[in-house]
Design a protein around this ligand. Sequence first.
Ligand SMILES: NC(=O)c1ccc[n+]([C@@H]2O[C@H](COP(=O)([O-])OP(=O)(O)OC[C@H]3O[C@@H](n4cnc5c(N)ncnc54)[C@H](OP(=O)(O)O)[C@@H]3O)[C@@H](O)[C@H]2O)c1
Length: 234
Amino acid sequence: ILSNRSGSFASSPELKNHARITTDNQALADDSDMIILSVLPHQFPQLNINAADKLVISVMSGVSVARLQQAVQSRKIVRAMPNIAIEIQESFTPWFCEVDLTALETEQMITLLNSFGISERVYSEQAIDFLTALTGSGQGSLAFFEMAFIQSAVQHGIDEATALKAVKQLFFGISAFLRSHHQHPQEDVKKLIDYAGTTAAILLEMQRSGLAEKIATAIDKGYLKASKGMTQES
Ligand SMILES: NC(=O)c1ccc[n+]([C@@H]2O[C@H](COP(=O)([O-])OP(=O)(O)OC[C@H]3O[C@@H](n4cnc5c(N)ncnc54)[C@H](OP(=O)(O)O)[C@@H]3O)[C@@H](O)[C@H]2O)c1
């Protein structure tokens, strides 16, 4: 069952043929054992449902378990945080639940989360907020690296189109390579530094400049934003 305010899901034949479409959130809640809340955090206060005793999975960032429990009147809350790779079934999706679910509920929920990538249970709500910044927002962070690489190429006279092509294929190719390369990144970095070639020169400068610490500081800003709550439109 799918519900939104506009009822626009009904105009998609793909959705219409595979799901019951409604604009009545409470009807959805009443007829479901498991409910996924996927509205924007600032839209959450308008979502008025009673889901007592139902398993409610929220993918909203910054909306706490306590707040969800109070609003939907269920203690069985799971907070899950996929990322944009959900679109190609490659999300990393951490999830957190502070109450005991039945074996069947857990199995069904994990099956659902794994249907769009890999899921992993975490044991604190802070971990979900942190991972909202680290992996939930990962597209942005990696896009920033792509941008920096492209800028560096352009500064050296490589035309923008070639730089874009090179960097896109670099990220794509290395991601595909990493799938079958199971060495810890720390070992890769050590090995490449020990090899003392071009890569070593780059890595040593990255280390010297404190880049890792700057990345950690940037991710901390996202963590702070995620943990402060995001139910106000901004
Ligand atoms: N996109 C991502 O990569 C990603 C990753 C991780 C987590 N998330 C989280 O997933 C959630 C959804 O993100 P999104 O990108 O899919 O946002 P979106 O495209 O804006 O979708 C929000 C949906 O919520 C519906 N909606 C809003 N208020 C409603 C209400 N009162 N009752 C029923 N339906 C309502 C909207 O439809 P109507 O306007 O027709 O009601 C719309 O279909 C957000 O909390 C986001 O933080 C997204």
